[in-house]
Design a protein around this ligand. Structure first.
Ligand code: FES
Length: 126
């Protein structure tokens, strides 16, 4: 059984852009809006080295990670070949123009993963 939670209006997400959803624990969730108003939700953490996907460039049905330019499919969370890896995908539904996420997934999915890296430097090296 799903526990749908209204997050924002579709119009609150820029076309070919993103918004982040904070959670009590774990990495944030990134909402992406495509040119044809589809909305997708991914863990805001690239499968390569944890770049913040919400700061990437959305094109077509994908986002380019801002750190090393891997392309991540918005519907599956999978890295485009030849790269490998997958970031967790959250279920999304739109009701009366409102973006809704499953509250159970928000509370559990990917919460055990480290936070996204904010830039190319690590805390230790910079
Ligand atoms: S961290 Fe995303 S491409 Fe490297």
């Amino acid at each position: 059984m799903s526990n749908w939670i209204s997050i924002c209006a579709v119009e609150d997400i820029p076309v070919l852009g993103s918004r982040r959803v904070a959670r009590r624990q774990g990495p944030q969730v990134a909402l992406f809006r495509t040119a044809d108003d589809q909305v997708h939700a991914l863990l805001d953490r690239c499968p390569h080295k944890a770049g913040p996907l919400s700061q990437g460039i959305v094109f077509g049905n994908a986002v380019a990670c801002p750190l090393h330019n891997w392309t991540i499919a918005l519907d599956s969370g999978c890295a485009r070949e030849p790269d490998e890896g997958r970031t967790p995908v959250f279920r999304v539904r739109i009701v009366d123009g409102q973006v809704q996420l499953d509250g159970d997934e928000l509370a559990t999915l990917g919460t055990d993963l480290p936070l996204a890296q904010a830039g190319p430097c690590t805390r230790v090296a910079c």
